[in-house]
Every structure is written in C-alpha cells, then in structure tokens.
Write a protein that binds this ligand. Structure first.
Ligand SMILES: O=C(CO)[C@H](O)[C@H](O)COP(=O)(O)O
Length: 428
C-alpha cells in the first residue's frame, strides 16, 4: 500500500489555505487537513469549504478535542471530515464517545499522542478503545526544543496493528524515515505549506515517501551546536528578532562592510577605553568559529584594528563585535574579516592590561555572557542566550519559511497588507 500524504493546512486564512491546498494536491497530497489554527480562526466552515473544493480528497479535521468528544466529532463529520483527530491525552470516556460518534456518522477517528507521557502504553489503550488511527505527533513548540516524532514511532509501531500517522516537522527526508519505520500516513505542515513552491515541495515529499522502502538511509544526527550554527547561517537577524518576540538588536553597532554573515558563540571582553590588552588577548582565548564581543566604553579610542583581525582570521575566529570604536577599517574590509563596531577612529592608545575576558558584559545595550550566540549581518547584531539558542534558531527558520511563502504571494501581485489580511487582525 502506498503511504498516504496528509498536508496540514496550519493557516489562519481560509482563502490562503484553499490556494495552498490546490498547489499541494497538484504535488501529490492525498488527504487535506484543516489544521487547528485554521479551525480556530474559521470554524467548521473551513472543513465545509475544503470538502466542497476537494470532493475527491479525504478532509481531516484536526480538532484536538479534549472533552465533549461526541459533539465535536459529529460537527466535524457533518461538515465534511472523513477523518477527525482528537487528543490522546483526554479521558478514556472522551475517546469512547468520539469512537461512537465516528462510527455513527461514518468517519475514521485519529487519536493524537502529542504530549502523552507514555505514548506506547497509551497507543495500546487507544487501539482497545476503538481508535482507527494513532497519531504519533511532536508539536511545533516541542520540535523547537529538539523533540523528534521518529524517536517515538518505533515503539508505537511494535505495540499496535492499526494505522499510524506521523507528524512533527517532517520534510522529504524524515517523512521517508517515518515510512521506513512503519508509518502509514505522513502528515506534513510547514515544510510544504510554507515553501516558496508548494507543489514542488509536495512532489518532493511524495516521491521520497513512495520510494522510502528502497532508498531511505538513516542519517547520523548532528550535534546541537552544529545544527544551531547551520540554521543561524540560513536565517537573517530580522528572522531571529521576530522569533524572539521582536527582540532588539545591539544598539548602534553596525557592520564595517556589506555582506557580512557572522555566527558564533561569544568570548566576551570588558575593556576600559584607552587600553587594548584584553581585547587582543581574547584572540588567544577564542576558538575557531567563536566571536569576540567587546564592550569598549568609548567611540573615540579603538581597542581593535587590522593586525588583531589578521591573527583571528588565521585562527578561524568568526569575527569581532565592538560596542565602541574600531580602526584600520580599510584594511579590515580588504581582508574581509567580519567586524561590527559603533564607530571608527585612527587612534588606539596603549596596551595596559586592565579589563576582563569572559565576564558578563553589556554590549550595544544587550547582556552578553560567554557562550551566548552572536549573529550579525547587514541589519545589525542579535544576541541569543546560550540556553535558548537551538530553539530560537528553529523558530527563526519557521519565520523564514513563512516569509518565503508570503514573498511568493506578493510576487503574484498582492501587497503585504493583503496577504496578511492586516485589517482583519488589527487589535479591536
Ligand atoms: O498539528 C500540528 C501542530 O500541532 C501540525 O499540523 C503538525 O505538527 C504538522 O505540521 P508540521 O509539519 O509543521 O509540524
């Protein structure tokens, strides 16, 4: 049996969802899911509209029901859903009521294991209760902190015989992995619906799952730091700011030249104006890929210049960020060493040995601790606390994906206000 490709329409605008669904169907989507955000925003009319537009496709209503199973399942089925999804975390009585309703009105019941403490035991129980499909699902917020549905799938597959659907940040590669591990249905949201070319992206997933048994190779997982760096290299500082609830960048700290992309963990320096020992000694402390971040305390005397930059470049240090002045701007530009500063002056003064390396500092108005992630580009410099780096990177990537989709719609002739339906979402 060919695996089923279910595309989750996690949109808030019905018209956009329908357009995306059309493109996804052209790429090979089998089932279309009215995602929870769409249902919350548009209600059952989302399910009704999808059914009317796509008569030959199964419409899945991702109700995420936690209580009153009978009513919610009934209303979804009567609106056109062929599959209704409820939460496995609910009470058994809610599952039983949902099963009764699904049987009565002729649809299948999917039960979603999102956030269930013991997914294997719960899956066994849900099968006993009459669920038709088990949903192995790692939610979007959980994905952002590194959880992976494929880690749960193996155990659940061994424990139940009913169909299994898998969801949670799947792309062409991991969707194939899910099929290779025994999934019958793969649910893909973001990686299809937010792609610049939805049809091409759905097609990639389609081909990948259809040949999963033959070609799938389990890839080694990268370290969190490696993955974090790779993602930060792909996103912009505006993406990161948006991902951090519009957090500010370093104030007045600007790139020395256009086109810099700086990513790395911070080695910090608290300096005193008119001294340059500690900033330059930090080049001996910093490792390959790290960023030296200096609070200099003055825009009128530079603790850093071309020679320090050359030494760092030789060692593979990613760059320097200075709240304060820099010098030798022309030479630093010529050797293309990534540098950000708030001013440039010719004078440096003397090395004296005051200050401290790897203390907590404030740079451009932001707190920076050793090991925090620093990301700089043409827009400015963002600081991401070490303990949230992976999560912020993943969220920034989601922001980028959403923007890619919005860009496509603008290129087709709409304004940003129209694409986002800004008027509807103004605060009332
Ligand atoms: O139900 C959901 C979130 O709760 C999503 O629809 C599901 O996770 C699929 O989307 P994605 O592929 O973006 O994770």
């Amino acid at each position: 049996m060919k695996p089923i490709l279910q595309v989750a329409l996690d949109e808030v605008e019905l018209a956009r969802a329908v357009n995306i669904a059309r493109e996804a169907v052209a790429g090979g989507a089998d089932w279309l899911e009215a995602g929870t955000p769409l249902i919350k925003s548009e209600g059952m009319s989302a399910v009704r509209t999808l059914k009317n537009e796509f008569r030959d496709h199964v419409i899945v209503a991702d109700m995420k029901t936690m209580d009153t199973g009978a009513i919610e399942v009934e209303m979804a089925i009567k609106s056109g859903a062929g599959v209704v999804s409820i939460l496995g975390a609910c009470d058994d009585s809610t599952v039983e009521e949902s099963v009764r309703s699904a049987r009565k009105y002729g649809a299948r019941l999917m039960v979603d294991l999102i956030n269930v403490p013991d997914p294997v035991a719960r899956a066994v129980r849900l099968q006993e209760l009459g669920a038709d499909i088990i949903g192995v699902h790692v939610g979007i917020d959980q994905q952002m902190v590194g959880k992976d549905p494929l880690d749960i799938l193996k155990g659940v597959r061994k424990a139940v015989t009913i169909q299994i659907a898998v969801a949670g940040g799947l792309d062409a590669d991991s969707a194939a992995g899910a099929v290779a591990l025994g999934a019958d249905i793969v649910i893909v949201g973001g990686n299809i619906i937010r792609a610049r070319d939805v049809t091409a992206s759905a097609k990639r997933v389609r081909e990948s799952i259809d040949s999963a048994g033959k070609h799938y190779i389990v890839r080694e997982k990268k370290s969190i730091d490696e993955e974090t760096r790779e993602i930060f290299m792909q996103v912009s500082t505006p993406n990161i700011s948006d991902a951090m609830h519009r957090a500010p960048a370093m104030r007045d700290v600007k790139p020395l030249y256009e086109g810099i992309k700086l990513v790395g963990k911070a080695v910090t320096v608290q300096n005193f104006p008119g001294d340059w020992s500690k900033p330059v000694e930090a080049s001996d402390v910093a490792q390959k890929g790290e960023v030296i971040v200096i609070y200099n305390g003055s825009n009128y005397v530079a603790p850093w210049g071309e020679l320090a930059s050359r030494g760092c470049q030789q060692k593979g240090i990613a760059g320097v960020v200075i709240d304060g002045a820099i010098r030798d701007v022309d030479d630093i530009k010529r050797i293309k060493f990534p540098a950000f500063a708030s001013a440039s002056v010719p004078n440096a003064n003397d090395p004296k040995g005051f200050g401290e390396i790897n203390a907590e500092i404030t740079c451009g108005g932001l707190r920076v601790r050793p090991g925090d992630w620093i990301i700089g580009d043409d827009n400015g410099v963002m600081v991401v606390p070490a303990e949230r780096a992976y999560e912020v990177a993943r969220r920034a990537l989601e922001v980028k994906k959403s923007e890619d989709r919005v860009r496509t719609e603008i290129e087709r002739g709409k304004t940003l206000a129209q694409v986002m339906d800004l008027y509807k979402w103004e605060k009332k």
